[in-house]
Design a protein around this ligand. Structure first.
Ligand code: FES
Length: 160
């Protein structure tokens, strides 16, 4: 299926192009916009679209999309849970939080629940070290996590 942007998304694409000195420099924000427009994943059609619009090779755009872990190369669940496991969070219980998420959801890191609602991932430092342990759910940070907080958050996602 061919990928295309809506009129509103195209306007945002133009805003991105205007912010950068050349098209290559706009590759990451363009991929973010297109990923969001494509149910949160970067398909081959998205790669081809971005490459064409930015006058880059598909190999270049694929390289960018595969280097940064915030780009999904497969369709994720409706919600994405990113548990930070870098030093500050690790020292304050990230591993316990992660194991709790795996047990509650019945999946391992990198997997999506059978109902397609939640994809569980780990993240490197999300720049919220002072409020460790923390996790990002879609675009929202949840900080100073307790296991009760994790239960409440996952319950909410499962009911959505
Ligand atoms: S180590 Fe987790 S936010 Fe920095």
């Amino acid at each position: 299926m061919t990928f295309a942007l809506s009129a509103e998304q195209e306007s945002k694409f133009q805003e991105i192009l205007a912010r950068y000195p050349n098209k290559m420099a706009a590759c990451i924000p363009a991929l973010h916009l297109c990923q969001e427009a494509n149910e949160n994943w970067v398909s081959e059609e998205v790669i081809a679209f971005v490459a064409s619009r930015l006058e880059l090779s598909t190999a270049h755009v694929t390289g960018v999309a595969t280097f940064y872990h915030l780009f999904n190369r497969e369709k994720p669940g409706k919600h994405q849970v990113w548990v930070c496991h870098t030093l500050s969070c690790a020292l304050r219980g990230a591993d316990t939080v992660l194991k709790h998420c795996e047990k509650r959801l019945g999946i391992h890191v990198g997997e999506t629940t059978k109902d397609g609602k939640i994809t569980l991932r780990t993240a490197e430092c999300l720049a919220s070290c002072g409020s460790a342990p923390m996790m990002q759910v879609d675009k929202v940070y949840h900080e100073n996590l307790t296991l009760a907080d994790v239960d409440r958050i996952l319950d909410g996602l499962q009911k959505d």
